[in-house]
Write a protein that binds this ligand. Structure first.
Ligand SMILES: [Fe+2]
Length: 197
């Protein structure tokens, strides 16, 4: 248990450093201090191990957090987010997230939520939306972000994308996988839903 605490606390510490370095994060949401690790639930998905092989093209600004997250992969509660009926089986082999900080996260707070989000290469995460306002911060890799009424943009490490409440958005990868942190604020009780065509 002590070792597990150490691994989680390293990730939390690295997130704190990122908050100090990037105003775009601290301007979006305050990172609660001194949170305690309370949720030790674990769940594995296909991406649990895919993340372990994500070692190339790391950016020096985000490498320490990337590696801290990799070290967490067997200790966290990976979630598929959607059912096969909504996204298909292939997508569920290529996508997963876990709530590191938040109302039901490993570190718990009701002030905001911080998810770690993994999307494999050559994957399309279809249009979806949710009530919470959202900020994506890419740690490693790259992906194309598309959202309602906005120009698409390819994001690489340290780049961000904001999604308004209920604004529809989609993410597509090509030859690279992408690891991001995703911050939710204001009304994060309602989950994300795929937009039905
Ligand atoms: Fe979203």
């Amino acid at each position: 248990m002590i070792e597990t605490n150490k691994i989680f606390n390293r990730a939390y510490l690295e997130i704190g450093k990122l908050w100090e370095k990037y105003e775009v994060l601290s301007n979006f949401a305050k990172l609660p201090k001194d949170l305690e690790l309370v949720n030790f639930n674990t769940n594995k998905l296909p991406v649990t191990e895919k993340l372990l092989n994500f070692n190339s093209n790391l950016n020096s600004s985000t490498k320490d957090l990337h590696n801290a997250i990799k070290d967490l992969t067997y200790y966290v509660n990976w979630e598929p987010g959607y059912g096969e009926e909504d996204v298909g089986k292939d997508f569920l082999n290529k996508y997963g997230f876990f709530e590191l900080i938040g109302p039901t996260g490993h570190f718990q707070t009701s002030e905001m939520a911080l998810y770690v989000n993994y999307l494999d290469q050559n994957t399309h995460y279809p249009l979806h939306n949710h009530e919470a306002e959202e900020l994506y911060f890419v740690l490693s890799g790259e992906a194309k972000f598309e959202s309602e009424n906005e120009e698409p943009e390819i994001l690489t490490s340290t780049k961000t994308r904001f999604h308004k409440s209920y604004q529809q958005h989609a993410i597509t990868t090509s030859d690279q996988q992408v690891l991001s942190i995703v911050i939710w604020k204001n009304k994060f009780e309602n989950i994300s839903k795929i937009v039905k065509k």
